[in-house]
Design a protein around this ligand. Structure first.
Ligand code: A3P
Length: 304
């Protein structure tokens, strides 16, 4: 079969593909036990669209005026520790975390598709920041990433095999089009509670997008902060170069069940359009056409 070594472990749950033994169990425990507050801010993404960057930006922005300054935690901790994920860090491996003592606003994250949110989450009024990315770059980043898994498991899956699987929607939290569509539709229904962003916009217009993010999180930058260059400082602190060069991200590890990642696996090239170095024109065309067909008439397109 064309199943890759990595993907043969995935199982389909209500139309989405997960690793059953930990991600899915964590997601199900979160569905059953997580009680959102209207003040919560949830960073929602498919894998490999710049989650790590967005976590750093949101954390730095939200904690910029705390005393003692929590923002500096980003210098000694990977962003995935600063902004924990519901299904991995919090509810993963059958843990039931005590989240009631965490002061508001709580900043959390998830790859769980919107379609799998319990109705109590949807009606809670919490805020969602959704990030997505050109599917071709998302795929290339994903392929690199799964081949960087070490530990009990490691994979050497070919680009062609992973690509064919991706086209069928079989990849972590896939199909990508359904993931994007769920949040896109939610943002249309409820624009006050769902901020829909793209990696490419963050790259091309960082100041504009960071301002928007801060407003959305209800901690807008004041004129004084603008004058003092607070936005520049945050963008510098969270840049790929700065983050990559921190000791914790150069030498640290993130362990998720039998997966083991070096933290540097989260920081690769950070380029828009890197797919040209990996996909043939025919492959690009296939993925573009498929996305076009799946997103037909919804008002969202990834065509440049
Ligand atoms: P590439 O593999 O294309 O380089 P995620 O955080 O969702 O796992 O996504 C990882 C992608 O975001 C990788 O893309 C990575 O290089 C990029 N990335 C990580 N940190 C970044 C940062 N601070 N600024 C810009 N891009 C970043």
């Amino acid at each position: 079969s064309s199943m890759t070594k990595f993907h043969q472990h995935l199982r389909c749950y209500h139309g989405f593909w997960f690793r059953p033994e930990f991600v899915l169990l964590g997601a199900m425990a979160a569905q059953d036990h997580f009680v959102p507050r209207s003040s919560d801010i949830l960073i929602c993404t498919p894998p490999k669209v710049g989650t790590t960057w967005l976590k750093a930006l949101a954390f730095a922005t939200l904690n910029r005026n705390d005393q003692p300054c929590r923002q500096s935690l980003l210098l000694s901790h990977n962003p995935h520790i600063c902004v924990p994920s519901l299904e991995y860090n919090l509810y993963g491996e059958r843990r039931l975390p005590e989240l009631t003592a965490v002061p508001s606003p709580r900043l959390l994250s998830t790859h769980i598709p919107y379609q799998l949110f319990p109705s109590s989450w949807v009606s809670s009024g919490f805020k969602i920041v959704y990030l997505c990315r050109n599917p071709k770059d998302t795929f290339v980043s994903y392929w690199h990433f799964i081949n960087k898994i070490t530990g009990e498991e490691s994979y050497h899956d070919s680009l062609d095999d992973v690509f064919n699987s991706f086209l069928k929607g079989v990849h972590l939290a896939g199909p990508l089009w359904d993931h994007v569509l769920g949040y896109w539709n939610a943002s249309l229904v409820n624009p006050h509670n769902v901020l829909f962003m793209r990696y490419e916009e963050l790259k091309s217009d960082p100041f504009v997008r960071l301002r928007r993010l801060a407003e959305f999180m209800q901690c807008p930058f004041s004129e004084e902060e603008e004058r003092q260059g607070v936005l520049e400082k945050i963008l510098d602190m969270c840049s790929l170069e700065s983050m990559r060069n921190l000791d914790v991200n150069k030498n640290g590890h993130t362990i998720k069940h039998s997966f083991k990642f070096k933290n540097d696996a989260f920081f690769r090239k950070g380029k828009v359009g890197d797919w040209v170095n990996f996909l043939t024109p025919e492959m690009a065309e296939r993925l573009d056409q498929l996305m076009e067909q799946k997103l037909h008439n919804c008002g969202l397109s990834f065509n440049d």
